[in-house]
Design a protein around this ligand. Structure first.
Ligand code: NAD
Length: 359
């Protein structure tokens, strides 16, 4: 990695540009305050890229991404492009960039701010102080396995869930190491009672556990895990699972924290290069209205500082500033209660920036 910290911003579609602009302003401020040496560029991905170039993941974006250490994505997609063939759709851009750089480890923290306990759909005592991390395998499993598609000459279609030992070990290591830095508890989720690929996953994770005697490993079937996440979510600290199960479980965990507009994510490869993005999508229903919550994007910048650049102090400054804005009662509409006055995307961004300036 060069001395410069090279960041590529891909605002994408819908509310993506609105929340990415806030993140951009945040990066400029951090650069000044902490002398980070950031070099920031911008590129096209998703529907907007298709509109301008005919390709949701243009070569120019790929080249810029190759030259960057970290990528910050807004969101892609929208009804305008829903009828396009699969290889032109905005999601193709997202899946393309994930697999191009082998971003196999998706980290999704679900942390409930103590200021937002009442925004959760669960009872306060069930979710207060919730802080869990889902480590989802992102470039393998049923989303990528071959063969796939319509079976020629028949009225059948298929997908294949497939994992190699190498794929399970590398995601397992990320999870064990994350657990080691946290409470030392790791739960591996699979469907080993029915699926051979899951029985294999369990075997490989259990073997790997011998290298991490300080981490307490448990296994859980995915149907039970879905139930336990809403029954007693605080029993979990770090969860590791495959692509499909992780997709579903991380959305359940997201809702425990009140709003999808609060949740950041990181997708990493072996070189620490990372793709950072809010968990939410392009929210066409609120796009262009200054209604989007930019905190997921802001917290994604915090994850970038922590995981790609090892700037723990910068990361926690961002997180504490978000917490203190929430403590001051400022809310975007998605996290507001009826009696709250709400603020828009830009104002929420400014609030966080001014707290950072004061630190
Ligand atoms: P969504 O996350 O965009 O929206 C779901 C609901 O949450 C909507 O009511 C929306 O208004 C609300 N919401 C989302 N983000 C918010 C924010 N920051 N602040 C306040 N409210 C917010 O999911 P969807 O409606 O299922 O999908 C819309 C489009 O986004 C689709 O085209 C989908 O393919 C795409 N999508 C993209 C990504 C991504 O880019 N990573 C992820 C999921 C969905």
């Amino acid at each position: 990695m060069s001395n410069k910290k090279r960041i590529l911003i891909l605002p994408g579609d819908g509310i993506g540009p609105e929340v990415s602009f806030v993140a951009y302003q945040l990066l400029l401020l951090l650069d000044k305050k902490f002398s980070l040496g950031l070099e920031i560029s911008e590129g096209l991905l998703g529907g907007i890229a298709y509109e301008e170039t005919g390709d949701p993941f243009p070569k120019e974006t790929l080249d810029k991404a190759k030259e960057s250490d970290a990528i910050l994505l807004g969101a892609v997609g929208g009804p305008k492009w829903d009828q396009l063939p699969a290889d032109k759709r905005p999601e193709k851009g997202l899946l393309g960039i994930r697999s191009e750089f082998d971003f196999f480890a998706n980290l999704r923290p679900a942390i409930l701010s103590k200021e937002l306990v009442s925004a959760s759909t669960l009872k306060e005592e069930k979710v207060a102080d919730l802080n869990l991390l889902i480590v989802r395998e992102l470039t393998g499993g049923i989303y990528f396995g071959e063969p796939r598609g319509r079976v020629e000459g028949s009225d059948e279609a298929l997908n294949t869930m497939r994992y190699s030992k190498h794929e399970v070990i590398r995601i397992g290591k990320v999870a064990f190491e994350s657990a080691r830095k946290r409470s030392g508890k790791l739960c591996s989720v699979d469907k080993a009672n029915v699926l051979e690929v899951s029985a294999f996953w369990r075997e490989v994770i259990s073997d790997l556990a011998k290298e991490y005697p300080d981490v307490e490993l448990s296994h859980m079937l995915v149907d039970n895990a879905a139930m336990q996440l809403v029954r007693e979510p605080k029993q979990f600290d770090v969860i590791v699972t495959g692509n499909l199960f992780g997709d579903i479980l991380s959305d359940i965990a997201a809702m425990l924290t009140g709003s999808i507009g609060m949740l950041p994510s990181a997708s990493l490869n072996d070189t620490k290069k990372g793709l950072y993005e809010p968990v939410h999508g392009s929210a066409p229903d609120i796009s262009g209205k200054d209604l989007a919550n930019p905190l997921a994007s802001i917290l994604s910048v915090a994850m970038m500082m922590r995981y790609t650049f090892d700037e723990e102090e910068v990361a926690s400054t961002i997180e504490h500033s978000v917490e203190s804005v929430l403590a001051s009662g400022k809310r975007t509409q998605d996290i507001a209660k009826e009696e709250d006055t709400t603020i828009g995307t830009k104002e929420m961004g400014q609030e966080v920036l001014s707290k950072i300036e004061l630190r």
